[in-house]
Design a protein around this ligand. Structure first.
Ligand SMILES: O=C(CO)[C@H](O)[C@H](O)COP(=O)(O)O
Length: 223
């Protein structure tokens, strides 16, 4: 079985009747949303949800999963999302799918953040995966230059010949850092740059990591 699917379906077991649920983004979160859709349809699972991207919102709507406006839902019980890297302290790099800002906002407003990954995402030290930094279009070259000056080795994420645009209308610079020795310090430093909206470091945010291993076993890591 697809390891992403295995991890995602296991995490959906944490969702109970009456919960308010944040829907993640990406090819692993996709399977969590699919499974939630099945449970809503087959078990009559009663949930209210918000999505972290237009793609996940469209998927949920198609499956008949109840979506509620952010202004009405209040604090979430649980969010299930993927990640690009997870370290031993459960810190994350996210944003490979470009939804880092919405994902961070939704995660911050969830009692519990459950991350679903296959074992290839588990690392000793974050940073091999290029760190996405979301940047407002205004004077974006200056913001990019500031990242370059910091030694972040940025590269614009592209969509063909155009800069990739997030659901928020912003750009992403993927930073090839190699090794992030202090994720918390870097997170703060990056977000201090005017023009940076946020970055893909999720420090001390995940409560549970569901890891699917190649032999089909599931490992649950908790804070
Ligand atoms: O952060 C994300 C999207 O912004 C994704 O959760 C992350 O990129 C993992 O993606 P996938 O499950 O497709 O490997």
């Amino acid at each position: 079985m697809d390891l992403k699917r295995l991890a995602a379906e296991r995490a959906v077991e944490y969702v109970k009747d009456g919960m308010k649920v944040g829907l993640g983004t990406g090819s692993t979160a996709y399977w969590a949303i699919q499974r939630l859709g099945e449970r809503v349809k087959n078990e009559g699972l009663q949930i209210e949800t918000v999505a972290t991207s237009q793609a996940s919102e469209d998927q949920a709507r198609e499956l008949g999963i109840p979506l509620v406006p952010f202004s009405e839902i209040g604090r979430l019980d649980i969010t299930i999302d993927g990640a690009d890297e997870v370290d031993g302290r459960l810190n994350l790099i996210k944003g490979g799918g470009g939804a880092l800002l919405r994902e961070k906002i939704v995660a911050m407003n969830s009692r519990r953040l459950v991350i679903v990954v296959d074992e290839s995402k588990v690392v000793h030290t974050l940073g091999k995966f290029p760190l996405p930094v979301e940047i407002v279009p205004f004077a974006c070259e200056w913001t990019y230059h500031a990242l370059d000056q910091m030694g972040c080795h940025p590269a614009w994420r592209m969509n063909g010949s155009e800069k990739y645009k997030t659901d928020n209308g912003n750009y992403i610079a993927d930073c090839k850092l190699g090794r992030i020795s202090d994720a918390e310090a870097l997170n703060q430093k990056l977000n201090m740059i005017p023009g940076v909206v946020d970055n893909g470091l999720f420090v001390d945010m995940a409560d549970t990591i569901v890891v699917a291993h190649a032999d089909g076993t599931i490992e649950i890591k908790r804070k």
